[in-house]
Write a protein that binds this ligand. Structure first.
Ligand SMILES: [Mg+2]
Length: 247
């Protein structure tokens, strides 16, 4: 691996650090804590902060290093940093209510979701609307079988995109589609992180699983200078972190 002294490692969460919507395992937690001795770490995902808390932060036993850890929920529309023993929101780009309604109505109509089922399938995360193809309560097993080749979600995006020209639509997790205001994507969040932390893109490495066309990590490829490593999943990511810890 050709990575020269990065100052920050930025990770996607679902299918990169953990199985989609699951907690990171103990080995991953240990590796992240070891990496924090070497460099800053940021994690960016379509998930909301409460998911980060459950899936990632609650599993880490190195709180003394959290001042070097940065969290970017909802595809980078929010940035959280840890200071004086607590997590602080640095910024939040809320989606205006009229746009939320537009996105929600379009998803409900194209997916054929009844008014009483909207909450189950469409999640308002403040800065992002997320459509979960199987609903919020589906098991991991069901989600894995739902759309492994992403064809269902690509078809859905092609059907809805003309209705939502002012939005970005991306495939995330195993069964969901993240909808943000155009321009709000991981590259947007990461650039803001760089200016907040005072780091050049050349000093950053990004690790994610969805760098393919339409994937929710794809936009990171547009940030000049960032070195990008594609991972096939958490076990692969562990090996990448082991290499980074050696640096
Ligand atoms: Mg992912």
């Amino acid at each position: 691996m050709q990575i020269k002294n990065p100052k920050i490692a930025i990770f996607d969460l679902d299918n990169t650090l953990s199985e989609s919507r699951s907690r990171i395992d103990a080995e991953m937690a240990e590796l992240i804590c070891a990496l924090l001795d070497k460099m800053s770490v940021a994690v960016i995902s379509g998930a909301s902060f409460s998911y980060f808390d459950k899936q990632l932060l609650s599993q880490l036993s190195c709180m003394e290093k959290f001042d070097r850890l940065f969290i970017l929920p909802t595809s980078g529309a929010e940035l959280w940093a840890h200071k004086e023993n607590r997590w602080n929101m640095i910024y939040k780009d809320s989606m205006p209510d009229d746009l939320k309604k537009k996105a929600t109505d379009a998803v409900a109509s194209v997916a054929g979701i009844k008014a009483e089922d909207r909450k189950k399938y469409i999640d308002d995360r403040g800065t992002q609307i997320t459509y979960a193809g199987l609903g919020a309560d589906a098991s991991m097993e069901e989600k894995k079988k739902y759309d492994p080749d992403q064809l269902k979600r690509r078809k859905f995006i092609s059907e809805i995109k003309d209705l939502l020209p002012e939005f970005s639509l991306r495939i995330g997790g195993t069964s969901s589609i993240d909808i943000t205001v155009k321009g709000v994507d991981k590259s947007f969040g990461i650039k803001r992180l760089f200016s907040f932390v005072g780091i050049n893109s050349q000093d950053a490495v990004f690790i994610g699983d969805a760098l393919y066309e339409g994937g929710n990590d794809e936009s990171v490829k547009n940030i000049e200078g960032v070195r990008i490593i594609e991972t096939s999943g958490p076990e692969h990511t562990k090996n990448i972190i082991r290499e980074l810890v050696k640096i």
